[in-house]
Design a protein around this ligand. Structure first.
Ligand SMILES: [Ca+2]
Ligand SMILES: [Ca+2]
Length: 336
């Protein structure tokens, strides 16, 4: 194939992804064949194809059953897309993210009007112990919160250029991927990549949560959600590459931010309605039925409450939801 600049081929895709709410569930066109000389693969990591055991039967029910899956070889971003990378995309395209657009009241007839301002869900640490059943004790819909203003209008990403971008809806991630000539990973691709070549290990680095006492990812230490000891150095997101890479050279696969995939999240047999909501992943104003799998856990995952900083862990996220701990990374397939 000819080598083209990544931004040159997709302006129409990008604009169509930005134009209106209807595009939120739209899919970008499939990228062309990638080769090792493809400029799009520059700075990406190569993951060999293979067969592996997906899922886990040792933790949460939604990870079951163990099943064999296989993936073809592919390229993947070595870390989640950063604020600086996302800013380059925005400057090149003028794209406006989901969180920056006011929801259409017609789509949310039962919604509190206060929730129909442009905004996003922000984690706000309670000042004292709270019950763990009521997500609203630590999640707030903050008007004006978006990728540029992660905690709300008065906050900014200055100094956080190398942190993962957050407050990204699924369509936002797909729009970025289309612009870059890439795709979002399937859940199987993501999990295979995150395992780094270690079959059946609990974590991307093995079974010990902290080998030789070394902190391997940005998670939550302390009693969620009111006590964040930040023993890993960060209460919120952290610069990518802060912690060791896995066997495929991938950083921040677990912890830091959850990452979107392109795969539908299906309820496991026996899993009742209402149990699909993660302890830390609230739905948005309208609880739309379609959910896609997000992977890897985030800086809000605490071992005593949400031990989801593992390759097998998964949650279902509604397409119209953005939060302060969901980002993404892209893949590039050899053939599509
Ligand atoms: Ca942390
Ligand atoms: Ca992650």
């Amino acid at each position: 194939m000819s080598i083209t600049a990544q931004g040159a081929q997709a302006p129409e895709q990008t604009r169509s992804g930005a134009c209106c709410c209807a595009s939120r569930s739209g899919r970008p066109e499939t990228p062309a064949v990638a080769t090792v000389t493809d400029t799009r693969a520059q700075d990406m990591a190569r993951v060999p194809g293979g067969s592996f055991v997906m899922g886990s039967e040792s933790f949460y029910r939604e990870e079951r059953p163990l099943r064999r899956a296989s993936v073809e070889a592919f390229w993947i971003d070595p870390h989640p897309v950063t604020n600086a990378q996302f800013q380059t995309f925005i400057e090149a395209t003028g794209y406006v993210t989901l969180a920056e657009r006011a929801p259409d009241p017609a789509l949310y007839p039962d919604a509190d009007p206060a929730l129909l301002a442009a905004g996003s869900l922000v984690f706000i640490k309670p000042s004292q112990p709270v019950g763990l059943r009521d997500h609203s004790a630590w999640w707030a819909y903050v008007p004006g919160a978006c990728w540029r203003h992660p905690e709300g209008p008065d906050s900014s990403i200055a100094g956080r250029e190398t942190h993962p971008v957050v407050h990204i809806g699924h369509a936002d991630a797909e729009a970025y991927a289309a612009w870059a000539g890439k795709s979002l990973p399937t859940e199987a691709e993501w999990e295979f990549a995150a395992r780094g070549g270690l079959d059946n290990a609990i974590y991307p680095w093995g079974d010990d949560p902290a080998p030789d006492g070394k902190i391997m990812a940005n998670t939550w230490q302390g009693r969620f959600p009111w006590e964040n000891l930040a023993e890993d150095g960060y209460e919120g997101t952290s610069p990518v590459r802060t912690y060791p890479a896995n066997g495929y050279g991938l950083y921040d696969v677990v912890g830091n931010v959850w990452e979107w995939t392109s795969s539908l999240y299906e309820r496991t047999e026996g899993q009742a309605e209402g149990e699909t909501k993660a302890c830390c992943l609230p739905g948005n104003a309208a609880d739309l039925d379609i959910r896609l799998a997000v992977k890897g856990g985030s800086h809000l995952c605490a071992p005593n409450y949400c031990l989801r900083y593992r390759p097998a862990a998964r949650q279902g996220q509604t397409l119209d939801t953005s939060t302060s701990h969901i980002g993404f990374r892209c893949v590039l397939r050899d053939t599509s």
